[in-house]
Design a protein around this ligand. Sequence first.
Ligand code: ADE
Length: 225
Amino acid sequence: MRIDIITVLPELLESPFSHSIMKRAQEKGLLEVLTHNLRDHTPYKQGQVDDYQFGGGAGMVMMPEPLAILIELLQKDRKYDEVIYMTPDGPLFSQKAANTLSLKENIMIICGHYKGIDERIREHYVTMEISIGDYVLSGGELAAAVVVDAIGRLLPGVLNDETSALFDSFQDGMLAPPVYTRPADFRGWKIPDVLLCGDPKVISEWRHEQSLKRTEERRPGLLEE
Ligand code: ADE
């Protein structure tokens, strides 16, 4: 999968994909993440990419022309399955959306700043909008990093234990059960006996019960969905 990210702060996106699972995914050739600095493509002087909003009001808006130029430049080389705009007024991101996106080949992500991007870009180029939560970040980069990470780890061959993503929280609409590692007795705090019983079926049933209990207690809405 190839992901092209349009940003005014490419530096902000260096670290999130340079470590651990995302690094491995790229080294294995399963994921390619490229950042494109919008300022390198603006026809305006001094790298200008934003301007005052028509009608007045505080906050700058990202101009349509630099975005259109860069989007069209990228579209010349490949067909994008989705052109995603990261925005707090988009539909909320979910595991389901991550699953769907992980099946795509080419994705473009636009990171907004200031008051956002000119609405005409949303109307004419953007095919999908994503919010990562009901709060406003100072830009779309951190949100884009969240989305790319959630998608990247789902690509076949990225995780060592191929089955482990299947048991994540939300993957079956429930939260994950509690997990324990050695020692079995830490400062007198013991792990549940059932985990030492050696019967995979019994352990699997216990985990399912725990998932259900946790979901009922913490996120009952998930069960209704
Ligand atoms: N940009 C600013 N806030 C955001 C959010 N919550 N989700 C996605 N993009 C954003």
